[in-house]
Design a protein around this ligand. Sequence first.
Ligand code: NAD
Ligand code: UDP
Ligand code: UDP
Length: 317
Amino acid sequence: MKVTNRKRVLVTGGAGFLGSHLCEKLLTQGHDVICLDNFYSGTKDNVVHLLSNPHFEMLRHDVTFPLYVEVDEIYNLACPASPVHYQRDPVQTTKTSVHGAINMLGLAKRLKARILQASTSEVYGDPEVHPQPEGYWGHVNPIGIRSCYDEGKRCAETLFFDYWRQHALPIKVVRIFNTYGPRMHPNDGRVVSNFIVQALKGENITIYGDGSQTRSFCYVDDLIEAFVRMMASSEEFTGPVNIGNPSEFSMLQLAETIVRLTGSSSKLIFQPLPSDDPRQRQPNISLAKEKLDWAPQVALEAGLSKTIEYFQSRLQA
Ligand code: NAD
Ligand code: UDP
Ligand code: UDP
């Protein structure tokens, strides 16, 4: 492939679920990729197929420590994303978001590089405004069991905007809503992976609460397309911008769909709702449509089918 605009791109958290798809996409576009990860929740298996590509480099490093590399763009994804992982070592989770942001922003400042932060819909907490526009400031418990993640991500956004105001750093902030697809961790406790694995094994499907709480699920390919468009958008556009699929489903509907698609005989069972579990969540994506000309293309059933195929082959292996 002849590439006219090859860039050196750093992806932190590159061996995770989203990061590995992003590395792939950037390589397909002809860029050189440095994939940084400390393997806290990610795994080499996610990127093993890229290791023989001369334009791909794997770096074992923890973003809470300074990093000196030379790159043109930085995607900062390093941070465990599922409650099971981020609650295992909550102090490390906050450090990863906050110290990680400071180090990556310091690196970007020295290099005058564009830097994108993978923020989250969790900055809205348990929202009182529905669906959530970017201008909503959120409803977050600062001292709960989800706070290490939510407040860490909120502080990272603050740091991004202060580096932008104080040092004129070209920043990009995307707020990601629930995303699913191949290479989700089978044991990370997220609802899509839990339900699919349970359905494929014929185990009970564990619905927390009465299953009426809602989420809006975005397929990973749609999300990665939005990342790349955001990075390439005009310098004035910093975000934050919501990225997600506005089609909203209850957990009960999700369970029933997965049982049907897998042809499983699993039964639905009800378990206690974890504390601070948001009641509903749906992105308002008007800004992404306007500024990035982006909207999700993959409907839930199509995306679930691909994800089911992935877990099926993993379980067989
Ligand atoms: P993931 O856990 O699969 O990936 C995170 C990666 O970061 C892992 O590979 C992990 O090992 C790495 N990591 C963690 N701490 C690190 C540290 N201190 N130094 C270096 N690497 C570290 O999760 P994901 O779903 O791929 O999420 C990627 C990013 O997107 C995260 O920042 C997450 O907060 C954000 N996000 C994801 C979702 C989603 O639905 N998947 C939603 C909102 C936001
Ligand atoms: N940093 C880094 N790589 C660099 C430049 C800076 O990891 O190439 C780290 C550095 O260790 C510092 C942080 O980024 O702790 C913030 O850097 P900045 O220059 O903003 O702040 P300062 O060094 O003045 O505290
Ligand atoms: N959930 C569930 N059963 C599970 C795992 C999760 O009912 O086995 C629920 C969970 O309580 C939440 C929703 O599914 O209401 C989404 O959970 P997830 O951890 O995937 O994402 P988040 O809560 O961070 O949006």
